[in-house]
Design a protein around this ligand. Structure first.
Ligand SMILES: [Zn+2]
Length: 136
């Protein structure tokens, strides 16, 4: 795998458990104890009912491609090789995550395709959750 050249996320108090789980190659999301909803991105209050009573729950990492675009031209401040597939994945548990689709020929990418999380270690502390097509 080529050396990672993109930005490295800096955990905040709200996102630290997400990144700690990712470091273990687990996908974990905040869950509201008041209404039961999972959400992404991590934040201090439930986006459905505004409760701050949250716990972290490991999720399957499986989902489907909700939408995508193929990025052909790099952006300043995000120096990663192009083309790459910028994806919004709808997790099996409901929340949608923006990520990157890897291990795929961009010409074969289709909305609705089954995907699963993979983790890429980019520093001693950070592993990025990316997605790849589920092998048939
Ligand atoms: Zn809630």
């Amino acid at each position: 795998m080529p050396e990672y050249t993109g930005p490295i996320p800096v955990p905040s108090p709200e996102t630290r458990p997400f990144w700690e789980a990712a470091r273990r190659h687990e996908l974990s999301l905040p869950k509201c104890r008041a209404c039961g909803a999972l959400h992404y991105y991590p934040r201090g209050a439930c986006p459905k009912c505004l409760s701050g009573d949250l716990v972290w729950e490991r999720v399957s990492g499986k989902g489907s491609l909700h939408t995508f675009t193929i990025v052909h031209r790099g952006q300043k401040g995000f120096p990663v090789p192009t083309p790459y597939v910028l994806a919004v994945v709808e997790l099996a548990e409901g929340p949608r995550m923006m990520s990157t689709l890897v291990d795929v020929d961009p010409a074969t990418v289709r909305i609705g395709m089954a995907v699963e999380v993979v983790f890429r270690d980019v520093s001693d502390a950070i592993a990025l959750p990316l997605f790849k097509p589920v092998a048939k």
